[in-house]
Design a protein around this ligand. Structure first.
Ligand code: ZN
Length: 491
């Protein structure tokens, strides 16, 4: 059995002032053929799971095209055309395929398509027809559409946030693909969309944890292949933005529909619990100081580069520098020009710089600081978070600055912080610090929850804030909760 594998991953924050281009993708991953296996084999991610399961079941996996870009702004039209061409060319050039497995996100937006994944799958179908099974893995932050459901044979979303099960979904995709090709199952999918905007909500806790539990109960029913709660991606202003439930059964559309509706009703019941009210950076620091044990992790959700925010926002850092509490570290700020200057001046020098706040005017002003250059690195390490464990991370030239009592790491590539490796690389043992500050919404929990005595999420203005009312939505379908309190939902 010959199964082609491919990957195109992007979560598009349409509120970003930076467009996403081919070069943006090339900054993270752009691979063909065997290089895909080389990059992902042994890594705990979608493709790593597909590769391991393929080997286990002795199917012939045909790697075609794989790209990934950190969440960022809308994808340009030209970039869409290139991604589509690479995907289709990669698959068309491989003869005698039995099926295709693709890792997509679900939250991609381009200048010409609100639904990147739906458009890609439809364009692919237009070329290869509807006979060949296409099995797709998705992120739970996907804004799902009927276009995707119609074009794919099966759509499998991650269940956990932090996404610690991308590897498992990759394995499941190959497993299911083999069964489909052998004619053992015939997937039928039912999608129910909710008029509901959900901002980052971990599945470690209620209410998302309870919804997962319900989905897994449903999966125990006869002929149920999958039931997934898609939170959707609310930092995207499109007519398809919102959360949804997708169920897959073996040739029983009625049952799939009933299950999706049951779970959707439960999510709607819980809607108020998905609204967050986080403290400001200043108040978060006060709460951290009330905690005797350490480390206390403070995560800045309004400037999460993992949601397409700039990563150079200064609200939390400014508040920490003002307090100047001994035993504070921040990992990390994105500011290539400051890194460059630090590398030119060298270890042991003192530099005067304007730190951060350079991408736009929504995430705080640049901070004028006098900083001691403590250590310099190339920003490269192997990820140890259970999420994508084993992946090589390249944050570019980096520096550890000491500003008063605060250790601040600055990198040349933007990314959220997923584990303690960027700190260790710069000689910082987070376990010895009172306050560990970082930019992320939920993914950091996979590595930091086991070591943090307390986690405090702080929020402010910014293009990844959890405050729905901050966003200047123009295209989303109304009414939608929580923007429209009296919004109703019935299935
Ligand atoms: Zn996600």
């Amino acid at each position: 059995m010959r199964i082609a594998i491919a990957q195109i991953l992007h979560e598009s924050n349409t509120f970003s002032n930076r467009k996403t281009t081919v070069d943006s993708f090339k900054d993270y991953e752009w691979n063909y053929g065997e290089d895909i296996v080389e990059t992902h084999c042994g890594v705990r991610n979608y493709l790593g799971g597909m590769i391991d399961k393929g080997n286990e079941l002795d199917v012939e996996l045909i790697p075609t095209f794989s790209t990934y870009c950190n969440p960022s702004g809308t994808i340009t039209k030209q970039t869409y055309e290139r991604l589509k061409d690479e995907l289709i060319k990669g698959i068309q050039s491989k003869p005698n395929l039995d099926a295709i497995c693709i890792a997509l996100h679900g939250g991609g937006v381009t200048e010409n398509h609100e639904d990147l994944e739906g458009a890609l799958l439809k364009d692919l179908r237009n070329v290869i027809g509807y006979d060949m099974p296409i099995i797709v893995t998705l992120d739970l932050h996907g804004n799902l559409t009927e276009t995707m459901v119609e074009a794919a044979t099966a759509l499998l979303g991650v269940n956990h946030y932090p996404h610690t099960d991308t590897y498992d979904r990759g394995k499941e995709a190959i497993d299911l693909t083999v069964k489909i090709v052998r004619g053992e199952v015939l997937p039928k999918m039912s999608l129910v969309q909710l008029p509901l905007l959900i901002f980052p909500t971990t599945t470690y806790q209620s209410p998302a944890k309870d919804v997962n539990q319900l989905c897994w109960e449903k999966e125990k029913e006869k002929d149920v292949i999958d039931c997934t709660f898609f939170h959707g991606f609310a930092r995207s202003d499109t007519a398809i933005t919102g959360s949804s439930i997708l169920s897959i059964t073996n040739n029983n559309i009625k049952k799939a529909k009933r299950i999706s509706e049951d779970v959707a009703r439960e999510v709607w019941q819980l809607r108020k619990k998905f609204v967050h009210n986080h403290p400001s950076p200043e108040n978060g620091i006060v709460q951290a100081l009330e905690t005797e044990d350490y480390p206390v992790v403070i995560n800045e959700t309004a400037d999460n580069p993992g949601s397409g925010a700039p990563g150079d926002g200064t609200f939390l850092l400014e508040a920490l520098l003002k307090k100047n509490i001994p035993g504070t570290c921040f990992g990390f700020m994105y500011d290539p020009s400051v890194v460059e200057l630090a590398h030119r001046n060298g270890i042991g020098s003192t530099i005067n710089v304007d730190l951060g706040g350079k991408t736009d005017s929504q995430h705080g002003e640049p901070l004028p600081v006098k900083a001691y250059v403590k250590s310099l690195t190339d920003g490269e390490f192997i990820q140890t978070s259970p999420m994508s464990k084993g992946a090589t991370v390249k944050l570019g030239k980096s520096v550890r600055l000491q500003i008063g009592n605060v250790d601040v790491i600055v990198c040349s590539t933007k990314s959220q912080t997923l584990d303690e490796q960027i700190f260790l690389l710069h000689g910082i043992d987070v376990n010895q610090y009172k306050i560990v500050a970082l930019k992320s919404s939920q993914h950091f929990r996979a590595a930091f929850q086991p070591i943090a005595q307390k986690i405090i999420t702080v929020d402010s203005q910014g293009i990844s804030t959890s405050n729905a009312f901050y966003y200047n939505y123009k295209k989303i379908q109304r009414p939608i909760y929580p923007l429209d309190k009296s919004c109703t939902f019935e299935v």
